[in-house]
Ligand binder design. Structure first.
Ligand SMILES: Nc1ncnc2c1ncn2[C@@H]1O[C@H](COP(=O)(O)OP(=O)(O)O)[C@@H](O)[C@H]1O
Ligand SMILES: [Mg+2]
Length: 292
């Protein structure tokens, strides 16, 4: 397979994989200082759609562009933490301690990753208890926003990797966020359930977090050789219009290989199409945040 990105916006006649003309996505401006962070929840109640992969690789690409990035593993499965090389049984403190222990501060749970400028709040199975324990708390939906607040000044971007559900943990993530990014597998059935996700986002916006904005819908596991992938993309654009990112992430085994290696694809296979696609996504999200 050709490793060059076929849709890079250089040619004005380029029609991208979403059927629209590919805009130019300029190099992001160099930052002169850091913070306050833009908080973005990676959200889709379906599992296996690329939430964790997008969190790791978009985070690493943003860090390459000089952004200070904090990743928050907010799934009791801890795939984000494992994908960055952590052992779930050897964590001193996790996001669970941060949520449930009044004396625990975010600084105490942050760990560095192998990527310069990118840190992690890890998670493991302990977090599954928080969903139940939070129910009895005052302002239970605001808990994550409250405990992350002290990190806002240090980072430019905080990415929250949600679990595949629309339960209280995900509501906490949406309440803590400025934006939501929805990864969607380019499969027909992926379109089911998106209406429910949209309703949930709208409810959180109305009742808990008026600033919440859908930053974009990201087509993942795209295979341009199949009519099927292209049709799903077409329907996505019909339903969500310009909310759909011009960038799509193609299906490639390099993603699972890099997970096994415990590092982002941007370092594991730095010049691969997958790495380039996430760099392109980083440029696209930065330009959207700029315009927002
Ligand atoms: N673009 C892609 N091409 C091929 N495999 C992918 C791609 N994105 C993710 N995967 C793989 O699919 C599986 C599910 O992805 P993951 O990011 O963990 O989804 P989620 O967090 O939504 O459950 C993982 O094994 C991952 O390596
Ligand atoms: Mg995941």
């Amino acid at each position: 397979m050709n490793d060059a990105l076929p849709f890079d916006g250089d040619d004005p006649a380029d029609v991208g994989p979403t059927g629209r003309r590919m805009p130019e996505l300029p190099e992001p401006p160099v930052l002169t200082g850091h913070g306050p962070a833009r908080v973005v929840a990676m959200c889709n109640q379906k599992g296996g759609v690329g939430k964790t992969t997008t969190t790791i690789n978009l985070g690493a690409a943003l860090a390459e562009y000089g952004r200070r990035v904090l990743l928050v593993d907010f799934d009791p499965q801890g795939s984000l933490s494992v994908g960055l090389g952590l052992n779930p049984h050897e964590m001193d403190a996790t996001v669970y301690n941060l949520l449930m222990e009044p004396d625990c501060t975010v600084d105490e749970v942050i760990v560095p990753t192998g990527v310069d400028g990118m840190d992690l709040v890890p998670s493991n199975i302990d977090l599954s208890a928080a969903e139940v324990q939070l129910v009895g708390e005052v302002a239970r939906e605001q808990t994550l926003a409250r405990v992350l607040a002290p990190a806002m000044a240090t980072y430019d971007v905080i990415l929250i990797d949600c679990q595949p559900s629309l339960g209280l943990l995900t509501i906490n993530a949406l309440t803590a966020s400025d934006g939501v990014l929805v990864p969607l597998e380019c499969e027909y059935f992926a379109l089911r359930g998106v209406a429910l996700l949209k309703t949930t986002i709208d409810k959180v916006k109305q009742r808990l977090n008026p600033k919440l904005h859908v930053d974009g819908v990201l087509g993942t596991m795209y295979d341009g050789r199949t009519l099927h992938s292209r049709e799903v993309m077409e329907r996505l654009v019909q339903a969500w219009g310009d909310t759909v990112f011009h960038t799509v992430i193609r299906r490639t085994v390099k993603f699972s290989d890099s997970t096994v290696a415990g590092e982002p694809i941007t370092s594991y296979a730095s010049s691969s199409t997958g790495a380039e696609s996430y760099r392109q996504l980083a440029r696209e999200v930065i330009s959207r945040w700029h315009d927002a």
